[in-house]
Design a protein around this ligand. Structure first.
Ligand SMILES: CC(C)(COP(=O)(O)OP(=O)(O)OC[C@H]1O[C@@H](n2cnc3c(N)ncnc32)[C@H](O)[C@@H]1OP(=O)(O)O)[C@@H](O)C(=O)NCCC(=O)NCCS
Length: 167
């Protein structure tokens, strides 16, 4: 597949119908009951870190970052990340993840957590973290709980329950 050169910019309200359609297709209606979704309930996505990729004006992919708390530390939950099947394997998912992590680092944020496939996210600096260190508020495959520190040693002193920011 050729590499596309998508436009990457923050999500806007006008993008939401297309993003919802992409999520429906990628994850199905069961996505709303997942533990990661529940962490996003009632919490606004970060408007600067939640991005879309557009190819020829069409939505090709999106990534969302939502504030959470780990123990007493502020962090972000990365996800959903989804790429339209018409645009898969062109590097768009990777561009979205790298772009949001770069923006988060530039804004002075330190911690990102997600629930996802280790072989995919390992390339962006995510690594597994065990339930002894970080506990999610619902059922989750512990092998899929991954974190990335945006500065050296960011996760060293961090542990505890993961909860919705502000709750
Ligand atoms: C996962 C997803 C975001 C990848 O987007 P993409 O734009 O195709 O990804 P990229 O082009 O940046 O990367 C493609 C590479 O990742 C690999 N890859 C894709 N999904 C993978 C997975 N689940 N596990 C391991 N590797 C994966 C591809 O095989 C490809 O490998 P290569 O570079 O060696 O050829 C996209 O396939 C998608 O939306 N899937 C459905 C929703 C989903 O699973 N989201 C992630 C939640 S964990």
């Amino acid at each position: 597949m050729p590499h596309s050169n998508p436009e990457i910019r923050p999500q806007t309200a006008a993008d939401m119908p297309a993003i919802e359609a992409l999520h429906d297709h990628a994850f199905g209606p069961g996505r709303f009951v997942r533990t990661a979704s529940r962490l996003r309930e009632g919490v606004a996505a970060d408007p600067d870190l939640s991005l879309v990729a557009l190819v020829g004006g069409r939505l090709a992919g999106s990534v969302t970052m939502t504030p959470i708390t780990i123990g007493t530390d502020a962090a972000f939950l990365l996800g959903p990340l989804a790429v339209d099947p018409d645009f898969e394997n062109r590097g768009i998912g990777g561009r979205l993840v790298r772009a949001t992590l770069e923006r988060a680092r530039a804004a002075g944020h330190r911690l990102v957590l997600l629930v996802g496939d280790p072989p995919y996210y390992g390339r962006f600096g995510f690594h597994h973290v065990g339930p002894d260190k970080v506990r999610l508020p619902g059922p989750v495959d512990p092998r899929r709980v991954l974190v990335a520190g945006l500065v050296e040693g960011a996760f060293e002193a961090v542990s505890g329950d993961v909860s919705r920011a502000g709750f």
